[in-house]
Design a protein around this ligand. Structure first.
Ligand SMILES: C[S@@+](CC[C@H](N)C(=O)[O-])C[C@H]1O[C@@H](n2cnc3c(N)ncnc32)[C@H](O)[C@@H]1O
Ligand code: SF4
Length: 362
């Protein structure tokens, strides 16, 4: 079966975190119900126009999808045509880890939840400009287990200026030592996104060497605990990979629903207007919420495919890298393919600059 994904963007947060540049708002909760109605309308119109194949994966991302009333989120999910056994992920914040949310999700067909934890250390969260939920890791993992989810993810961030190597080691140990540890972990190096409070505060910017040490620590600790890297920032225990992420990494087709959501079909990419207000107005006014589109040339698609593949253990054909012999220590030759080493993963963009497209389909 050809995979097809549906991404639903939920642009509401309780508070903005200082590092985050996602299209999300802390002052528009009054729009939630109209927003959900607009998403359902967009889904029905897309289905009616033949633009929605039954989804093999659905991803509610944000923002904070768990900030919607669970019945509201489930109402949107009900409008998504799905194949039997579809993967359905909901991104959640730790304060929503309770039976009311997770039980309703399970009953509606959600198969996977993803919680943003970032760190277990209070002063690290303070340095990130993110509010703290006491005992978040314990509460989340117990709630996920009680609700009966077979798979789930925790997001972590390393590299805050207030974080020491010991703090990062403590976060990893804490998470892996939980009674029900997450079988999938995303660990992101803190990125300074333009326009964020973090960007305006150079004293809180991450240090490259510290980030490199912490990445190496994550790889060592997670590998020893039975996780395998599936992409630079993602590790999974066997059979716990995220199908929806792989769809993105493999240039699959997907429909993006909601404000700021991106869609892709066979080399054509388009996206909706950024704010929920404009999105609702467009859908309620029977207009299109589309904000723009681009058509990728075959060469662009191939370059992108190789760039994404380089970030995964499968790597890229050796001949697709310019002068790979100069990249000793950063890539390894495995069955004719160039695969990033751990050090190479830290310099993936530099290695990616050596990708030569136009070789495969000449
Ligand atoms: C869009 S957020 C949604 C999750 C949820 N709202 C939360 O914060 O728990 C997804 C993840 O992106 C990561 N993230 C966001 N901004 C980042 C940044 N500037 N640097 C590194 N990771 C970031 C965080 O780990 C976050 O959990
Ligand atoms: S990290 Fe999550 S909670 Fe914080 S602003 Fe971004 S989407 Fe919202």
């Amino acid at each position: 079966m050809t995979p097809f994904g549906v991404y639903v963007h939920v642009p509401f947060c309780r508070e903005r975190c200082d590092y985050c540049a996602f299209a999300t708002y802390a002052d528009r909760d009054h729009l939630m119900e109209r927003y959900a109605d607009a998403c359902v309308t967009e889904l029905r119109r897309a289905a009616g126009a033949g633009d929605l194949a039954p989804a093999t994966s659905v991803f509610f991302g944000g923002g904070t999808p768990s900030r919607l009333h669970p019945d509201t989120l489930c109402r949107i999910l009900d409008a998504v045509p799905r194949v039997p056994g579809a993967e359905v992920t909901v991104e959640c914040n730790p304060e929503d880890a309770d039976e009311a949310h997770l039980g309703a999700y399970r009953r509606a067909g959600v198969t996977r939840v993803s919680f943003g934890l970032q760190s277990t250390e209070d002063h690290v969260l303070a340095g990130l400009g993110r509010r703290r939920v006491p005992h978040a890791a314990e509460i989340v993992s117990a709630a996920v287990a009680a609700a009966g989810f077979a798979t789930w993810n925790l997001d972590l961030i390393f590299g805050a200026a207030t974080e020491s190597d010991g703090d990062w080691a403590a976060t990893l140990d804490h998470v892996l030592g939980l009674a029900h540890p997450p079988p999938h972990i995303s660990a992101y190096g803190l990125t300074v996104e333009p326009g964020t409070p973090l960007a305006r505060d150079p004293g809180r910017h991450p240090d490259d060497d510290a980030q490199a040490r912490r990445y190496e620590r994550a790889e060592a600790v997670l590998t020893a605990a039975g996780y395998a890297w599936e992409e630079i920032s993602n590790w999974a225990r066997p059979a716990h990979e995220c199908r929806h992420n792989h769809l993105y990494w493999e240039q699959g087709d997907y429909a993006g629903i909601g404000s700021a959501a991106h869609s892709h079909r066979n080399g054509v990419r388009w996206w909706n207007v950024r704010t929920p207000d404009r999105y609702i107005d467009a859908v309620e006014g029977a207009g299109s919420p589309e904000g723009g589109r681009e058509v990728l040339t075959p060469a662009q698609r191939e370059f992108e495919a190789l760039s994404l593949s380089l970030r995964m253990p499968r790597g890229v054909p050796w001949e697709c890298l310019e002068r790979p012999e100069e990249l000793a220590g950063l890539v390894a030759l495995e069955d004719g393919r160039a695969v990033l080493t751990v050090r190479g993963r830290l310099l993936a963009n530099e290695v990616g600059a050596r990708i030569r497209s136009g070789i495969l389909h000449r």
